[in-house]
Write a protein that binds this ligand. Structure first.
Ligand SMILES: [Mg+2]
Length: 105
């Protein structure tokens, strides 16, 4: 199947189909490995940004954006693979509420 950038940007179902295809085509375990790898790349990019200076900061920010995108794609696949959308959403709401309570206390 092929989709336009516009479809990918605006249609959550299209995004889900692409992620499901990745899991189906390459397998759950390899995608878990990729999620682990992308997690470490995100950590590395954040460390590089923290060590950057005025000359390197812009490049480091672009690299961080790239790694955030990679990681979000893999996290979305992990939620699909382990059927976790609902529990993750519920936990996020609970934790955001707790955070808000702490911020307001
Ligand atoms: Mg990456």
């Amino acid at each position: 199947m092929n989709y336009t950038e516009d479809q990918i940007r605006n249609n959550p179902e299209v995004r889900k189909k692409i992620l499901v295809q990745a899991i189906t085509q390459w397998g759950g375990k390899p995608q878990e490995d990729m999620a682990i790898e992308e997690s470490s790349e995100f950590i590395k990019a954040l460390m590089k940004l923290r060590r950057s200076n005025s000359l390197t900061a812009k490049k480091c920010l672009l690299e961080l954006a790239d790694e955030i995108a990679d990681l979000e794609i893999m996290l979305e696949q992990m939620k699909i693979l382990h059927e976790m959308h609902e529990p993750v959403e519920n936990i996020k709401v609970f934790k955001l509420k707790r955070l808000l309570d702490r911020l307001n206390s």
